[in-house]
Design a protein around this ligand. Structure first.
Ligand code: FAD
Length: 461
């Protein structure tokens, strides 16, 4: 299949002649589609979008692009929030969307093998129809791809109990920036041979090559799930509840915070007028008695600090309604002022209440509304700075830097799941020493001596 669009020139024209058997597009419409992701960063146009259908095509494309010195960026569904899939220097957007098949589910080994372009919810359904479960559940799972979640080491609400993407990756087929095809990892549950390259590549944000196939570990799906919504008069009380729950040995699947600002955009009918913050708690397991016992512990702790009786979902549709409210917050919040910038800091649980209070004060000092919601149970907060006009961006950046400085001062990390990408690159030195960044630079140069793979992301080469 040859490409579509107006006739490319120069190095891209040469590339087209080398990859004439691979699908590509240079039409303005497609280039525009691939110029944005879910960060608020400005559009960055690729010069060509290529849609390989096999590992061989990915390898051939990378070899050709490398020979012509053309930058290349792997792209999943562009739901990323830190600009990871944006083409900072034009070049090739390598879309994995046509490599979207689940190849195998092995019930005895409890493994699933898939191509990187599969949408996460499709993968999760395939696992569940085989009676098994793939826990990673980013709130974008209806559209994000397996490859994108591998490259960002995505988490989600259930990470509190079940961990993040990387905890489930057993092995991968990986194409290096120069087009060499590698197999890393193993297909067995355990294995300690050689360096753990799987966990170097997981979270590498498209800078060390392209994932073309993945084998993940599945687990049995908990049979019982109870979801409840707890309402508190203030964010401080909601955080006190989370801190107490964690300190007293509760092990829920998730504890999700929604603060007063985020709550103001939610039209969920059960929210009382005096509520200033909400925690969505979910307990799961194989025996209803133990799940209810845990939920009862959470209820007792919440009532002790003045929560009203929790709203406990009585069926799947009530459960879905609670989660739908949580999932809509990101989109609804944007409507409040027109623009927002979302961060995903992580704070140690015992400093969470201090962090939330100080972030509020920082917002007031800089005269911005800040909404905080997210995975409070593991300390991963989405702090959203809301603003009305792009002119305000320099002031927003000052506030974001102060939030990052506070995070590091409290022993936290500047990104729990979105990755550094482009938007957090300038903050990396706040958290990591120059020596540590240099070691990572050396590793990257070994994979990509010419610096062509997703240039400008995480750190400059
Ligand atoms: C509404 C909403 C809710 C979200 N909720 C969560 C959440 O709960 N948890 C969370 O972690 N994130 C969340 N995100 C962020 C985002 O969905 C994740 O980062 C996701 O993993 C990105 O997947 P993607 O397929 O869209 O990848 P993209 O955005 O297209 O790419 C992300 C990065 O992965 C690289 N990449 C993509 N595919 C490959 C590949 N095959 N090989 C190598 N590199 C590759 C890209 O170069 C880029 O650096 C949310 C986003 C939205 C819009």
């Amino acid at each position: 299949v040859s490409g579509t669009g107006s006739k490319p020139a120069g190095r891209i024209e040469q590339l087209c002649s080398l990859i004439s058997n691979i699908e590509f597009s240079v039409s303005n419409e497609v280039l525009n589609q691939f110029s944005k992701d879910e960060s608020q960063l400005p559009a960055m146009l690729p010069e060509i979008v290529v849609f390989p259908k096999s590992t061989q095509e990915v390898s051939a494309l990378l070899k050709a692009a490398y020979a012509l010195n053309i930058p290349i960026v792997p792209v999943g569904a562009r739901t990323g929030k830190s600009g990871g899939s944006l083409c900072t220097q034009g070049g090739v957007a390598l879309s994995l969307e046509k490599m979207n098949r689940v190849l195998n589910v092995n019930v005895i080994n409890r493994t699933l093998t898939a191509q990187p372009g599969v949408v996460l919810d499709d993968l999760k359904s395939k696992a569940e129809s085989a009676g098994l479960w793939y826990p990673p559940d980013p709130n974008s799972s209806y559209s994000c791809t397996l490859g994108g979640t591998i490259a960002t080491n995505a988490g989600g609400p259930s990470a509190l109990k079940y961990g993040v993407t990387g905890d489930y990756v057993l092995s991968m087929e990986w194409v290096t920036p120069q087009g060499e095809v590698l197999r890393v990892g193993r297909k067995t549950a355990k294995g300690v041979v050689g360096y753990d390259l799987v966990h170097l590549l997981v979270g590498s944000e498209g800078t060390l090559g392209v994932c073309t196939e993945v084998t993940v570990q599945l687990i049995p799906k908990p049979k019982e799930v109870v979801t409840a919504l707890f309402q508190f008069a203030s964010v401080a009380l909601a955080i006190e509840f989370v801190t107490k729950a964690m300190g007293q040995g509760a092990f829920p699947r998730c504890l999700e915070l929604i603060d007063d600002v985020a709550l103001s955009v939610s039209a969920w009918p059960g929210i009382q007028s005096e509520t200033g913050a909400v925690i969505i708690a979910e307990s799961d397991g194989f025996h209803l008695d133990s799940v209810l016992a845990e939920m009862n512990l959470l209820r007792t702790l919440a009532l002790e600090i003045g929560s009203s009786e929790p709203v406990v979902a009585q069926n799947e549709s009530q459960r879905a309604s609670i989660w739908n409210m949580r999932k809509c917050i990101s989109i609804e919040l944007k409507k409040l002022k027109g623009l927002k910038f979302s961060e995903d800091i992580v704070i140690p649980i015992d400093r969470l209440s201090q962090a939330v209070a100080e972030i509020k004060k920082l917002g007031e000092r800089h005269q911005f509304t800040v909404a905080t919601y997210g995975h409070a149970g593991d300390g991963n907060l989405h702090t959203n700075v809301l603003f009305g006009h792009t002119d305000e961006w320099p002031k927003v950046e000052v506030l974001l830097r102060e939030i990052m400085e506070l995070t590091v001062r409290l022993g936290g990390t500047i990104s729990g799941e979105h990755g550094v990408g482009l938007s957090k690159r300038e903050f990396l030195q706040l958290e990591q020493s120059p020596q540590l960044i240099d070691i990572q630079r050396e590793i990257r140069r070994m994979f990509d001596p010419e610096g062509l793979m997703n240039p400008g992301k995480i750190f400059e080469l």
